[in-house]
Design a protein around this ligand. Structure first.
Ligand SMILES: *Cc1c(COP(=O)(O)O)cnc(C)c1O
Length: 393
């Protein structure tokens, strides 16, 4: 099957690299290949591109260039922020409690658990409600006067159920108390405002491949003056905060695509919201025993996620794939192992129900015709599965 004919509705897992970004990257592989740290002209050319990319990203999120650290993607940014902020603050103040959500991406969750299990931190997982939104009262109670808290990490938008957390509100409180606050904005980037001042964040993670850039590159915004212990040590690149020769082509591509998606954000969100709402309305209407996961309003504009009763995700995804539709059950890493998602579990969904999770995440390529096709196809696949295989746990 040619990829062109595939209806790709898995943009929360990854996105194709847009042509403009590819074109911008190309010269930095073969022509301007110098090491950005080199003194000579070949290196200076790469160094200039790196500086320009840093300025572009900083301008787009309301930061200063020196507050941008380029990384190897979202997972690395999350690790650097959670580990680096927690270790630095504990060293300075003795605070050793980490506050985060049970629905975080594993890049944050497993990092926090590692800090608990191997570095002597305490971990508070702040509960979420049945829509995947943080219980603010519980967060504020756990935060207290902040003196015992090493870091707070709350994701901006959830990858599995699309819920958007009140980051600005949490950030304002953390700032008042002087507690470092990180947000995983990997799903939010390109869809929600990344204005770091309005969000009151000390650190923010983003990953290029989630907004039409290359894989394996991302950035971490780090507010000036907030102490951090580097997790990748070596050379003095990125102001000593992330060692290793910078990935110039990918960083150039990241900056290019971020500029474009930010420019198009409002118009594209408007278009996506219409398609998303058609998917949600259409599926709730046409299939019995379907319910939406995550909030109806406070959700990503491109994100539709469901529980389909009496259907196992894997069979549904295979059926969709055969019908030319690329979708997901919610988390990219759940194929094969039929383990219910930790996100749905934290939202109070039973393990049995959670097996019927379906995520349709929209993007630039999707059209109203594609949505109509999915709305026509999914009820047929659901009926087929329900008619044949019994669901077993
Ligand atoms: C994809 C994702 C990550 C990981 O980013 P990578 O660049 O793939 O390492 C982290 N957090 C969230 C919310 C994500 O969706």
């Amino acid at each position: 099957m040619q990829t062109k004919s595939v209806i790709y509705m898995d943009h929360s897992a990854t996105t194709p690299v847009r042509e403009e970004a590819l074109a911008a990257m190309h010269p930095y592989f073969a022509d301007f290949y110098g090491n950005p740290s080199s003194i000579h002209a070949v290196g200076r050319r790469a160094g200039a591109a790196l500086s320009q990319a840093r300025r572009t990203v900083a301008d787009l999120i309301g930061a200063a260039p020196r507050e941008i650290v380029f990384t190897g993607g979202g997972t690395e940014s999350d690790n650097a922020a959670v580990r680096g902020l927690a270790l630095a603050r504990r060293a300075a103040t003795g605070a050793n409690r980490i506050l985060t959500l049970p629905i975080e991406h594993k890049a944050v969750l497993h990092t926090a658990q590692d800090l608990r299990d191997h570095f002597g931190f305490e971990l508070d997982l702040i509960p979420v409600d049945s829509e995947g939104l943080v219980e603010m009262d519980a967060l504020l109670t756990s935060l207290g006067d902040g003196s015992h808290v090493a870091v707070v990490s709350v994701m901006y938008a959830n990858n599995e159920v699309g819920s958007i957390q009140p980051i600005a509100e949490i950030g304002a409180r953390c700032r008042e108390l002087g507690v470092p606050f990180h947000t995983d904005a990997v799903q939010a980037a390109g869809k929600l405002s990344l204005d770091v001042k309005a969000l009151h964040v000390d650190a923010l993670s983003a990953s290029a491949h989630k907004f039409y850039g290359p894989k394996g590159v991302g950035f971490l915004y780090l507010r000036s003056g907030v102490p951090i212990q580097p997790t990748i040590t070596g050379g003095s690149q990125e102001d000593g905060r992330r060692a290793g020769t910078e990935n110039t082509p990918s960083i150039v591509g990241l900056a290019k695509t971020l500029a474009l998606v930010e420019e198009e954000r409002e118009a594209e969100n408007k278009r996506l919201r219409i398609l998303r709402d058609q998917l949600i309305g259409g599926l709730l209407e046409s299939i019995e025993g379907v319910r939406l996961t995550g909030p109806r309003e406070q959700r990503l504009p491109n994100h539709a996620s469901f529980l389909i009763e009496g259907v196992e995700a894997e069979g549904m995804l295979i059926g969709l794939d055969l019908a030319g539709v690329a979708a997901s059950s919610g988390s990219a890493c759940s194929s094969g192992a039929q383990r219910p998602s930790h996100v749905l579990e934290a939202m109070g969904v039973s393990p049995r129900e959670a097996l019927g999770a379906l995520r349709l995440s929209l993007g630039r390529s999707n059209t109203p015709e594609e949505v109509a096709y999915v709305l026509k196809t999914l009820p047929r696949i659901t009926a087929q599965i329900r008619g044949s295989a019994p669901v077993r746990l």
